[in-house]
Design a protein around this ligand. Structure first.
Ligand SMILES: O=P(O)(O)OC[C@H]1O[C@H](O[C@H]2O[C@H](CO)[C@@H](O)[C@H](O)[C@H]2O)[C@H](O)[C@@H](O)[C@@H]1O
Length: 313
């Protein structure tokens, strides 16, 4: 299999996570978009066993309480994502953007939507999904160590329990896909997933942004670890990206932060889930220190930091 090299892939800069506050400016309204697995939650062999630490949930709740828009952008189904975040309630773009739960009363006009729950779900052919599931189950019968994850709008085939099954997993999924032209194959860490065409995390972030009630200049930040997160990095780093969905805010170039040192389009990276937590603590400290200071002192503080807004190129 040939993997196309994206020309926008460059060498990201490491952000020492405990100094993240130094990268921020009080001139901007930050929105935080977060991936879940590999970013907020460490990996586990079985997807059902993974959890976001309570300390991280508390941190997100505190960040939210400072008026920062925080949203989740995940490959998990909406139900699974809600369980992992409970009791915290956040806007969630789930199944790579196929299911979006907004927190405001406004609905997206991108997909058909269930306005009473403020949830937007793309149309998925249920009969075709059932056929895809059956084909995958049938093809996996000779193998013991695959985990098939049935989601409401997609099917994922995991091979983390036996990484030597990588080629077999790709062969099974690409063969099944040959029968379903409106569906696509997404690659993740030790997983291949078949889902309807048309959704990606970049589009999901822009859809969430459009629904956020912020009046000031907007600086979106997205943190993620996987191949599917690349579309999200591109969306937040492209200051014209938000215009494609006509966001009402003036959007500045945002920050993509990759978890891990693999090749990426993100401009920044940290090493691990632990470092994401440290970075979020520093992010929170930025808002706490600005809340504690009168606004003129807060402005002076911002202009005196070593390298303010050095990410805005
Ligand atoms: O977009 P994310 O929030 O990162 O979700 C991506 C996929 O995460 C889950 O799979 C991954 O985590 C599992 C649990 O640690 C691990 O066993 C698996 O190998 C990883 O690929 C989830 O099961 C998928 O549905 C998500 O698409």
């Amino acid at each position: 299999m040939t993997v196309a090299i994206n020309p926008s892939i460059s060498t990201p800069s490491y952000i020492p996570p405990n100094t993240f506050a130094d990268y921020l400016s009080n001139q901007y309204h930050y929105c935080l978009f977060l991936d879940m697995d590999g970013t907020l939650a460490d990996f586990t062999l079985n997807p059902k066993d993974s959890a976001i630490p309570n300390a991280t949930l508390t941190l997100l709740q505190k960040i939210q309480s400072h008026g920062v828009n925080v949203a989740i952008v995940t490959g998990r189904s909406l139900d699974e994502a809600k369980k992992m975040l409970s009791p915290l309630q956040l806007p969630i773009a789930a199944t790579h953007g196929l299911e979006i739960a907004f927190d405001s009363k406004e609905d997206s006009d991108n997909n058909s939507s269930n306005s009473s729950d403020n949830i937007s779900v793309a149309h998925v052919d249920a009969t075709e999904l059932t056929t895809i599931r059956q084909r995958i189950i049938q093809s996996c019968l000779p193998y013991r160590d695959f985990t098939i994850e049935n989601k409401p709008y997609s099917v994922a085939l995991h091979y983390r329990c036996d990484p030597t099954l990588a080629d077999a997993a790709y062969t099974i999924m690409s063969t099944v896909l040959n029968h379903h032209s409106n569906w696509t194959l997404k690659q993740g860490k030790y997983v291949w997933e078949i889902m309807p065409k048309g959704a990606d995390k970049g589009t999901a972030i822009l859809t969430l942004l459009k629904n956020m009630q912020v009046s000031e200049d907007l600086c979106p930040i997205f943190i993620g670890d996987d191949i599917t997160d690349e579309a999200g990095f591109i969306a937040v780093q492209d200051k014209n990206g938000a215009k494609t969905v006509k966001t009402p805010q003036k959007t500045v170039k945002g920050m993509g932060i990759k978890v891990g040192d693999e090749r990426t389009c993100a401009h920044y990276y940290v090493h691990s889930v632990h470092e994401v937590r440290v970075l979020l603590e520093s992010f929170l400290s930025f808002f706490q220190s600005h809340l504690a200071l009168p606004s003129d002192l807060a402005d002076a503080h911002t202009s005196s930091i070593k390298n303010p807004m050095r990410h805005v190129i």
